[in-house]
Design a protein. Structure first.
Length: 276
């Protein structure tokens, strides 16, 4: 059976590709989960997939992804960059937003070690400190509360506990210092190119404590990744951010089960473990 999320995203990507005369005849689907990536020659179209369950209108997130990626690229830091000709967008086709990116050749089997991951992220952070654009100030807190308010019925009876836990953790976050963040700085968003490590996917960016990015890096890479980062983290803030990330992951898994029902059991188990 055709996955409607994949099918809709591919259709929108191809529609935008035809609009700009891209190589739609040789289109290749590179990825089809959170976002659907469709390569058309030297351009890759990015369209929301499962993220539609979290963000019914993802336009603002995609705009920020394009803006920050362009800003960091202009400052000589290696990230996957948005196109300029054709413009990166977001463009719209069949009701879905589509952004366009340069195809970046890379080694899909390369696994970055702690030092190269942490130091390349530090270069991204240094470039982002001067970012002048407007960014969300509540980040994952705002998304979790919005999700409960909008889609609580999809959270399998955990909505009230997710809201209460979000509010508890939000009260523990410090008011500052904050800066523009990557927002989803796990090793899977770092690829190896001929010129070295290259970050991608800035759509989860927000202005928050540096510990948010470091918590994600350590949670999915390991404590040695945190140890390699060339700055100290506040242990209390790091602990709160780590827990907030875990709560976000629980909520995300419950939403994913709406697209992949066979994963509902593991999503329920993860939620039950978190709240035990």
């Amino acid at each position: 059976m055709t996955d409607p999320y994949r099918a809709a995203a591919v259709s929108s990507a191809l529609a935008v590709g035809r609009r700009f005369g891209l190589a739609t005849g040789s289109a290749e689907v590179l990825h089809e989960r959170s976002n659907v990536l469709v390569r058309m020659g030297p351009v890759v179209a990015r369209v929301p997939g499962t993220t539609r369950l979290l963000r019914p209108d993802a336009s603002a997130w995609l705009e920020r992804d394009v803006a920050l990626s362009a800003y960091v690229t202009e400052r000589g830091v290696r990230v996957v960059s948005p196109t300029a000709d054709p413009p990166a967008g977001p463009h719209f086709a069949d009701g879905l937003p589509v952004t366009l990116w340069h195809w970046t050749p890379h080694d899909p089997d390369h696994r970055h070690g702690p030092d190269e991951s942490a130091r390349s992220l530090a270069r991204v952070h240094a470039a982002l400190r001067g970012y002048p654009g407007e960014l969300p100030s509540r980040g994952p807190v705002g998304e979790l509360l919005d999700t409960v308010a909008r889609s609580g019925s999809l959270l399998d009876g955990f909505a009230d506990r997710i809201r209460a836990e979000t509010e508890r953790l939000a009260a523990l976050l410090p008011p500052g210092p904050v800066q523009a963040l990557h927002g989803d700085a796990h090793p899977g968003n770092l690829i190896e190119t001929a010129d070295g490590p290259c970050w991608l996917d800035f759509e989860d960016t927000w202005r928050g404590p540096l510990e948010w990015d470091l918590a994600i890096l350590a949670r999915q890479g390991g404590p040695e990744f945190l140890a390699a980062y060339p700055a100290e983290a506040d242990e209390a803030v790091l602990a709160t951010c780590t827990q907030l990330r875990s709560l976000f992951a629980v909520t995300w898994r419950l939403l994913i089960a709406q697209r992949f029902p066979h994963r509902l059991g593991e999503a329920r188990a993860a939620a039950a473990e978190y709240f035990s």
